[in-house]
Ligand binder design. Sequence first.
Ligand code: AMP
Length: 495
Amino acid sequence: MFNNNVLQKFVDICEYHKYRNAFCISKTYYTYNELGECISRIRKELQSQTFIVKNVGLIENDDLETYASIFALWLEGLAYVPLSPEAPIDRNKDIINQAGITTILDSSINDTFLEYNLIKSSELEKTTLDLEVKEVSENDLAYLLFTSGTTGRPKGVPISRYNLNSFVDAYDDLDVEITYEDKCLQMFNLTFDLSIISYLIPLLHGACVYTIPKTEIKYSYVFELLDESGISITMMVPSMLQYLRPYFEEMNFPNMKYSLFCGEALDLELINEWSSCVPNAIIINTYGPTEHTIICSSYNYIGDKSLTCNGVLSIGESLGDSELIIVDDNDNLVVNGEKGELCLTGGQLNPGYWNNEEKNKEAFFNLEIDGKIKRMYRTGDLCFMNEDGFIMYLGRIDFQTKIQGFRVELSEIEFHAKAFLSSINAVAIAIENKIGNNEIGLVIENEKIDITELLDYLKSKLPSYMIPTRFSFLPVFPNNINGKIDRKILINNFI
Ligand code: AMP
């Protein structure tokens, strides 16, 4: 049977550090004992269900019950599928249908999901502590996240228990010394896998996790937390730093031990400035796609001498048992220094997209490396490896982009825009705004039209970060020499 050592470690920590703080949520502290009690209540309720489908919906709220639900599900051998209460109901229903969810855990007082078997996790009665780890197989899922899909629907990325354990093992390679005295920032939505690194790793070390209330403006609350709470470990996306940048001069966080980044290209110039705000911190650029369980490579910043390409920090070398290789258009390994698509394999590689054979055929393939056939994932990232084995990130080879760290397939936006505009063509484009972050622009092939109804429609289909913030109109789209719409020229429409 599979050795579920991650979960066992968590249970041991709950016992050993029971009087220490596990969470600080909206300025209220909760001990590991309180977390354990909350998990036990939810777990008992899960056990009382006569039948339960393994994928359980979890409405993401900022409270102890939401985090306790994750561990209750894991201890019970179940998996969570995070659902954002802010996302359009149509999108959530699509995810619920795709994942086959029948039971949903919700700690709020809302009745949005009444048509499902709804467990109100904040209304459960006290019970005895029960943190026994139920046996699971390594293929059982830990979670199922839905990311932006190219065909207009979100696609499911299942992560197995084995994948999660492999990730925790790989994390050790970062050499982040984390103890029960650490205060760790968790600034991500649960629908984004960087949340897992931000809550799970601290909880496996008896440290305290500081979350961001949903009602607060993220960057100003982060500033407040860093300033007042002595946060010692953070994982952020670079675009968060762009929001904080105007305040760098006021910032001095000597307590910060580790400042980690992931999710987007990290600019040397930006990180040089940030480094003086965190004079005692080790700054690490980590990299990884959701399909390969959170992060799989890292590069430690070393000031101006850091390895960069086009001003962007290297994504470094592999962690754990992950293998990072670069292939050409014919899936042949390229030599060092030559550009190609970064492909991944190893224990963190997920089992493939949820019920999506077509996508699986596109994104996963078998490759012979050193006489062994390995299953690989195509990241869509254009990279090269330097002579010393460090990987340099050059950009995307497709139309995926990042908005505040969230992965966005531009074609998903176009799909919905075109559905509304019927015969009128539309192209979504990532444009850099004044502070250096991406925004979505939508170019419509028409004379100027009123976009009010289009915006309302998009808001009913897409999460807020995918809604275009800029619009422009062109009577006829330009084509490039291959006869395709010339997106590069369309970008000029926003300058
Ligand atoms: P996600 O699945 O949302 O985590 O997005 C994964 C994608 O984010 C990768 O394929 C990259 O395109 C991008 N990404 C993640 N980390 C980095 C990084 N450190 N530098 C550049 N791009 C990154």
